[in-house]
Design a binder for this molecule. Structure first.
Ligand code: TYM
Length: 330
């Protein structure tokens, strides 16, 4: 049987270009020769405050984005995490074999709890990696295509799986992360030291997948560059330009070398102008499809219903084994 691939996105906003390049774009290729599950992980989203109405809309928008970007529901299972209750059940069980010290070391927890202080951080935010491990282990996943920021969580999922297997007998497959060479960490257009993110205070640092052509052009033309001219891929010396080149590379299919040759002797202005048009042309059709789904969500609900039923059948079978291994029930 083909290897199983699992990944997901939190419905905290419409996805951005970092989500697309770091995750969704890889998924579209991977689904051609793997069994895939792509979830909208709403239980993860509520580990930080969400407006319920907005989150519902974001959930549908993420599903629409998956389809608009080329995830094919005939090949891949698209579903909402909270509609398969086994995720939460397994997360609880895995929580009993996860150490406080391991969770305390997670940089995402440290970052997100920094504002209000550790004492005021929610239990859900702390236990987030156990839920993420549950998502992955529930389906005997062998590969998880994610951006670099999820590596630490994935490492912990592997530790938890091994520990459970040791304590209760072989139950879970040990998953591998799939990280791309370029693009696993797209940076903010306003600050090349920070990753592109939905929570960036500077809205112009993040290109949302539903930005219109004008917004995209403005954001790219305003993007920060590095001192000293020249369009070269040198992430250490030229982090901002290298980040823009990574976007160029992914959306045009050109290699870094080809891009360097193309802009030899030219300035940042020419490069940014071309990049803006590449991004506008690439995202235009995605945005149009997304908007069609917003107006007519019927098809979306059909895909999500079918995805839920398929994921649920797989999750139920696995949970029966887990309960038996742990000694739960009669
Ligand atoms: P989330 O919703 O923050 O991001 C979704 C995916 O996008 C990637 N990503 C990026 N890649 C490159 N550059 C960026 N600037 C960038 N920002 C985000 C993320 O690495 C991710 O792959 N915890 C996960 C969701 C999750 C999950 C899972 C993922 C829950 N359960 C199980 C895989 C498997 C998260 O918060 O992703």
């Amino acid at each position: 049987m083909k290897d199983l691939v699992f990944s997901g996105i939190k419905p905290t906003s419409v996805p951005h270009l970092g989500n697309y390049i770091g995750a969704i774009k890889q998924w579209v290729d991977i689904q051609k020769n793997h069994r895939c599950l792509f979830s909208i992980v709403d239980l993860h989203a509520i580990t930080v405050p969400q407006d319920p109405k907005e989150m519902r809309q974001n959930t549908l928008d993420i599903a629409a984005t998956y389809l608009a970007c080329g995830i094919d529901p005939a090949r891949s299972t698209i579903y909402i995490q909270s509609e398969v209750a086994e995720h939460a059940e397994l997360a609880w069980i895995l929580g009993t074999v996860t150490k406080m010290g391991e969770l305390e070391r997670m940089t995402q927890f440290k970052d997100k709890s920094q504002k209000g202080g550790r004492e005021r951080a929610g239990l859900g935010l702390f236990a987030y990696p156990a839920l993420m491990a549950a998502d992955i282990l529930l389906y005997d996943t062998s590969a998880v295509p994610v951006g670099e920021d999820q590596m630490q969580h994935l490492e912990l999922a592997r530790v938890i799986a091994r520990r459970f297997n040791q304590e209760f007998g072989e139950t879970f497959v040990i998953p591998q992360a799939l990280i791309q060479k370029h693009g696993s960490r797209i940076m903010s257009l306003q600050d090349a030291d920070k990753k592109m993110s939905k929570s960036d205070e500077s809205k112009s640092g993040t290109i949302m997948l539903d930005d219109d052509a004008d917004a995209i052009r403005k954001k790219i033309m305003r993007a920060v560059t590095d001192t000293g001219g020249g369009v070269y891929f040198e992430p250490e010396k030229k982090p901002a330009v290298s980040n823009l080149m990574t976007i160029y590379h992914h959306l045009s299919g050109k290699t870094m070398k080809e891009i360097e040759t193309l802009y030899e002797g030219k300035g940042y202005g020419d490069f940014k102008k071309d990049l803006a048009e590449i991004v506008v042309d690439y995202l235009g059709p995605i945005r149009e499809k997304l908007e069609t789904f917003r107006r007519e969500p019927g098809e979306l609900h059909k895909v999500l219903d079918a995805g839920r039923d398929k994921a649920k059948a797989m999750a139920e079978a696995k949970m029966e084994l887990v309960r038996e291994r742990v000694g739960l029930g009669r």
